[in-house]
Write a protein that binds this ligand. Sequence first.
Ligand code: FES
Length: 575
Amino acid sequence: MSDTPKGLKKGLTNYGDQGFSLFLRKAFIKGAGYTDDALDRPVIGITNTGSSYNPCHGNMPQLLEAVKRGIMLAGGLPMDFPTISVHESFSAPTSMYLRNLMSMDTEELVRAQPMDAVVLIGGCDKTVPAQLMGAASAGIPAIQLITGSMLTGSHRSERVGACTDCRRYWGKYRADEIDDQEIADVNNQLVASVGTCSVMGTASTMACVAEALGMTVPGGASPPAVTADRIRVAEQTGAQAVELARKGLTIDKILTPAAFENALRVLLAIGGSTNGIVHLTAIAGRMGIDIDLAGLDRLGRETPVLLDLKPSGQHYMEDFHHAGGMATLLRELKPLLRLEALTVTGRTLGEEIERAGEGFKQDVVRPFDRPIYPQGGLAVLRGNLAPGGAIIKQSAADPKLMEHEGRAVVFENSADLAARIDGDDLDVTADDILVLKNIGPKGAPGMPEAGYIPIPRKLARAGVKDIVRVSDGRMSGTAFGTIVLHVTPEAAVGGPLAHVRNGDRIRLSVKQREIALLVSDEELAKRAAENPVVEPTAERGYRKLFLQTVTQADQGVDFDFLRAVKTTGKAPEDR
Ligand code: FES
């Protein structure tokens, strides 16, 4: 261990003479005014993902200052460096298209530049997964710092926050319940500060999941972006990164099958975003760990939803923080957790729960025997429409529609949907099932969050609030409805979804965990022979790499060459 190069001596640029390489490196960095004393300290890299295009990371300057303070107080040398930053609303065609690019950027810069540990600062949906994927592959000690959630706003005395309320108000506007003035007014209030979406969307989900994985300091998930608590967490994170470097506590000791099982439990108990499954699958894949969908469904049947946050419940992230944050939730979930899993503090998750002390009276995390929903928020569906599986967020679905058979109303792709969904001549009733094809990993490409198919305008005007929807895409964690997602294999690679036609019958049974196309195998084979699917291609660039190597949802939508070479385990493990 003592022979392993440390600090600035790590990963020298190859000039054919190692002594010269170090001499040159020090000469250049001294140009920025560093002393030999500073350069002899443990070097802690910090990913700077600030960007004018990313208001979810708008507190980056304050976070960087606090992380650096923590590192220096603990005797380290902070070195921040820019990486790609991805915001949901500023990424075309979809942020998921860029997640793997960000993970490659993070991995290679962590590997190429000398650092003994890295602080990953992320928040907006795809950033935390990308950073954990990259750091998992780079393999050095790493710690996650979450940027934190935005504050809630107020519209005509009603509390509002992105993005569940964005969708709710847009739905009212589409149904002519509110006018142009009101939709403009509420637009000013939905995002009341910098920070990530204030409900249990993907960003909040991944913040909670990162803490459950043991990748943040205790309490790192919940403080809002603009609070003193968030800044204190940043300082602690910097100091802890120096400890990680000194102990050589590499990321593979944290990201174990036990840690992923804890993360899946938490994902279920918070009513987390369906995207969380895709991201956890991708992160685990980097460690050679398979996420077992059947095992996830088993966990789901025994893990109730305890967190009362929108869109499954009523509160916002800042309320969760006031209720004690993840310590309150983990205390309640303790009998179900793998307490032996190690965290970045060097202590186990069980020890951290003990250190958090007694709980207190609050109404955001429900007790185990009085859950907000009796089973986990997510259920895994199978059937001839989705041989590789599909997902439904049952905690955000209409209970009346979860056992339902209906007539398929089919849209071939997003453009077809946009052209016809609001037409008065669309042949649709509230009992039908809307099917949207070609929004999977290769189809769109990038598996956009278009699975939240809008209620056809003529039904919305008639007061219909939910309808069964099926697609190979994703949906935002802030959305709600009876929506079957991640149908695998996707239509664009010739999955059965490609061959669904208007008028086919589809049966959804969440109780039986089934999504079935009531069409015979022979008929489906005939349709496939008549209309063979041609997979999408691109002539050059990142799009070509993406289309050639992206995997399906059950493999995390990662690039096949980025996954660990060997599979070493699975989560959850067999009992
Ligand atoms: Fe960044 Fe929602 S848009 S977290």
